[in-house]
Design a protein around this ligand. Structure first.
Ligand SMILES: *Cc1c(COP(=O)(O)O)cnc(C)c1O
Length: 401
């Protein structure tokens, strides 16, 4: 039988066995409503409280600062809209600053707010995906309610300097939110030390179940809920709690905190090997920051290749990867991230993202390397552009190094 290698962990991760086992009781016997007063409900409330402790611990927050949501997208929406719609916010605060490489959960929220009268500044990034701290500082005005910059990018893996960003925000009197959906469980985060005011997370990117996440919101910041109703989550997110999901999320984070020191270097060693071998392919480069990057993210551009064809052929070999250049979404443009780091269209079209997790092995990685080589050779053999290049056309200049 063909080998199956799941290497798209930035899209989602498989639920781990410990998470699955922790959830089972709450999908069967422990079905009580955590808000009920009788015994069947108290146990469930305890389980949600425990998960809240684990969720707070992994970022060094207080459990009372955690609001469970339906996932990363909702946490992002709650941070931005919840703050801007807050009755406590001074009337003039109608300006938001974010970056051009955010997840759509941030970008589309900002675009919506622009349609209803708010203004948004989208910060540029350099060719490794870092925002310019000076541009950030100059962009903050008295009207700026919030700066939202992601902790680590989901396509190219670049990690931002969160502490430096927070320092600038606070110096200039504004708040700092970070979408840390890709970062939680994949790097150390400390909201107190880094000065983060709000932080989004999602369970399914750290081996928990889908459909659950959380927003950390520092004590003292007042949000308007997006979902009004029975007043769960201290009135900030109504609706009967997703007990099993929250328990699974908590267990995933407990495991991550306890085992991160072990699995992060392991995952990084897999990724380093992959990067070393794949960049040996001629006209192939790593995208994103070569050093300050997520330990499991390897992202490349391979010239004279169509990213989508590459993904499909790798899939035929049982390998799950992704590309920022799919035209399946109805757009022929490569992803906003690849465009923002300044890649020429022709090159951005050949993007490949391989994202590894602790469940992957070195054999997986060797298999991926072997198949990428084979598939790239096959696609280039059929490519007239490649033929031209081999006949002496100079390579497109990618980055100044
Ligand atoms: C996956 C992801 C999200 C969305 O999270 P969901 O739980 O799928 O809603 C938001 N931001 C980033 C950076 C992500 O990678």
């Amino acid at each position: 039988m063909e080998r199956i290698v799941y290497s798209d962990n930035a899209a989602t991760t498989p639920i781990s066995k410990n998470v699955y086992e922790a959830m089972i009781p709450y999908l069967t016997d422990r079905y009580g409503n955590p808000s009920s007063l009788y015994a069947r409900g108290r146990e469930e409330k305890k389980a949600v409280d425990q998960a809240r402790i684990y969720t707070a611990e992994i970022i060094n927050a207080d459990p009372s600062e955690i609001i469970f949501t339906s996932g990363g997208s909702e946490a992002d929406n709650l941070a931005i809209k919840g703050l801007l719609f807050s009755r406590q916010l001074p009337k003039n605060k109608k300006h938001i600053i974010t970056s051009k490489i955010e997840h759509h959960a941030i970008l589309h929220t900002c675009e919506f707010l622009e349609r209803i009268g708010y203004t948004v500044t989208y910060l540029d990034v350099d060719n490794q995906g870092h925002i310019d701290l000076e541009q950030l500082e100059n962009a903050i005005t008295d009207d700026t309610a919030l700066v939202s910059v992601m902790a680590a990018n989901n396509e190219i893996g670049t990690i931002q300097d969160l502490k430096a960003i927070a320092d600038i925000c606070h110096k200039k009197g504004t708040l700092f939110h970070t979408d840390a959906v890709q970062a939680v469980g994949h790097m150390k985060l400390d909201v107190k030390e880094m000065g983060i005011d709000m932080l989004s997370m999602a369970s399914h990117k750290v081996r928990g179940p889908k459909g659950v996440g959380a927003l950390y919101c520092r004590k003292g910041i007042i949000l308007e809920p997006l979902i009004h109703g029975g007043g769960q989550e201290r009135g900030l997110r109504s609706g009967t709690e997703n007990v099993a999901g929250i328990v699974g999320f908590g267990e995933a984070l407990r495991y991550a905190k306890e085992n991160m020191d072990e699995y992060l270097p392991y995952v990084k060693s897999l990724t380093d090997h992959l990067i070393e071998e794949v960049t040996k392919i001629p006209y192939t480069q790593l995208t994103g920051d070569p050093v300050n990057r997520l330990p499991g993210t390897a992202s490349f551009v391979i010239e004279c290749i169509e990213g989508e064809s590459l993904i499909l052929l790798l899939d035929l070999n049982g390998i799950a990867t992704s590309t920022g250049s799919a035209c399946s979404t109805g757009s022929l443009d490569p992803s906003h991230v690849l465009m923002s780091i300044g890649l020429p269209h022709e090159i951005a079209h050949g993007s490949l993202r391989v994202t590894l997790g602790e469940q992957n092995t070195m054999e997986d990685v060797d298999y991926i390397i072997e198949k990428i080589n084979a598939v790239v050779t096959r696609l280039r053999d059929m490519s007239p552009v490649w033929e031209e290049k081999m006949n002496g056309q100079p390579s497109l200049k990618l980055f100044d190094k």
